[in-house]
Write a protein that binds this ligand. Structure first.
Ligand SMILES: NC(=O)C1=CN([C@@H]2O[C@H](COP(=O)(O)OP(=O)(O)OC[C@H]3O[C@@H](n4cnc5c(N)ncnc54)[C@H](O)[C@@H]3O)[C@@H](O)[C@H]2O)C=CC1
Ligand SMILES: [Mg+2]
Length: 351
């Protein structure tokens, strides 16, 4: 595969590259299904700074200010994270008396079905003043944006913020201590003094919904908002398999030994740093379901019946009211993989 790409890039380097469309029209990129072409096109942009630079000139930009995404109100649907054409961003920067060189600090984040090359740009070096007003939106801190954004916009916003943050926090070589330089796409950083290449990182985390057949186990950390319960989560230790992490985390946090587990899905999770949340269902026998909570990690953990879970799923908003002095239980929103796990468990109970 690497050889194929080297060949493609050497062909491109010997031909005039007038626009990114030329690249997208290249036989190796064009010959395949649209998805394959898109992925190959993105690979070329990551490898070739000139091609990426040309794509940037006609690209679409998701905007951030100090890692807070720009949101626009979308009627009843909630908020969207709009993509601005390069010309519009340049126009607004011009009005504000700012140079458009800042576009070069953007990072490549995708290629849409509408043939738009997408970039994320952090305008944090500019004073906020009425910056958001010029872009007809509001820059909103990511945790708050997570609750406001339309579901379909969340993955791109999460990915963009993670990549922008990685560049902001990984500017030096950990071996030489010298500054590293990014490639145009922002898919890697290199230390010119020793050739070390750094790629964006994320930590694997397992999130497990444990069931004893008729009940499922949810827990809360002290830092969670009041009443919020979720599935058990934990970082993978180095060298561990996903299965080993699930077994260890469940044992550590609630003192149970699981009998079986199965993978169901995954999600990129940007809080507090980039994690890949790997979601699994796990089962314990009803006879061995006595929990002992590790109070260093958890404030509470409990078994919930299907009826209790159904009621918690129905609470769409953060419960503000207290029901007869008791804080109502609620679970993460549909945009979190924890919700998918809980929903899948309920669906299985109903069958
Ligand atoms: N979507 C959801 O419903 C939930 C998501 N989460 C997420 O899952 C992740 C892990 O959850 P926790 O229960 O806090 O993990 P955890 O149970 O592994 O405990 C956290 C501790 O693990 C250690 N640790 C090991 N590797 C680490 C790493 N790469 N980064 C940070 N700490 C590391 C630290 O000592 C830290 O205090 C977090 O990103 C959290 O935001 C957690 C609970 C629910
Ligand atoms: Mg944990």
């Amino acid at each position: 595969m690497a050889l194929v790409w080297r060949k493609l890039l050497s062909t491109l380097n010997t031909q005039p590259l007038n626009s990114s469309l030329f690249l997208y029209g290249h036989p190796l990129v064009r010959c395949c299904s649209s998805y394959v072409s898109q992925m190959r096109y993105l690979t070329v942009l990551k490898e070739d700074d000139d091609a990426c630079s040309k794509a940037q000139a006609s690209g679409k930009f998701l905007l951030f200010h100090n890692l807070a995404p720009l949101l626009q109100k979308e009627g009843h649907e909630g908020y969207s994270a709009p993509l601005f054409a390069a010309a519009d961003v340049k126009g607004i920067l011009g009005k504000l008396g700012q140079s458009d060189n800042i576009l070069e600090t953007s990072v490549l984040i995708g290629y849409s079905q509408d043939s738009e090359t997408q970039f994320a740009l952090d305008l944090g070096i500019l004073e906020m003043n009425d910056l958001d007003h010029h872009f007809c939106g509001t820059f909103v801190e990511l945790r708050k944006a997570f609750f406001l954004l339309r579901r379909q916009d969340i993955p791109l916003v999460f990915r963009s913020q993670a990549l922008l943050r990685w560049h902001q926090t990984h500017q030096y070589c950990s071996q030489s201590g010298k500054p590293t330089e990014r490639n145009r796409a922002g898919s890697q950083r290199i230390c010119k003094s020793n050739g070390n290449i750094y790629y964006p990182q994320m930590a694997p985390v397992v999130i497990s919904l444990v069931s004893d057949g008729t009940r499922c186990l949810l827990a809360r950390q002290k830092s969670f908002p009041k009443g919020l319960y979720s599935a058990l989560a934990g970082f993978c230790d180095i060298g561990e398999t996903v299965e080993e992490t699930v077994r260890r985390e469940v044992a550590e946090e609630v003192g149970l030994e699981i009998e079986s587990l199965w993978y169901t899905g995954s999600q990129h999770w940007p809080f507090p740093n980039s994690s890949l949340m790997i979601a699994c269902h796990a089962s314990v026998s009803a006879e061995k379901s006595q929990i002992t909570i590790n109070d260093q990690e958890l404030e509470d953990a409990r078994w919930f019946t299907a009826d209790e879970i159904k009621r918690a799923l129905e609470r769409k908003k953060l419960p503000r009211e207290q029901e007869a002095g008791v804080i109502p239980i609620w679970v993460p929103p549909r945009t979190a993989i924890a919700n998918q796990l809980i929903q899948e468990w309920i669906n299985k109970q109903s069958k």
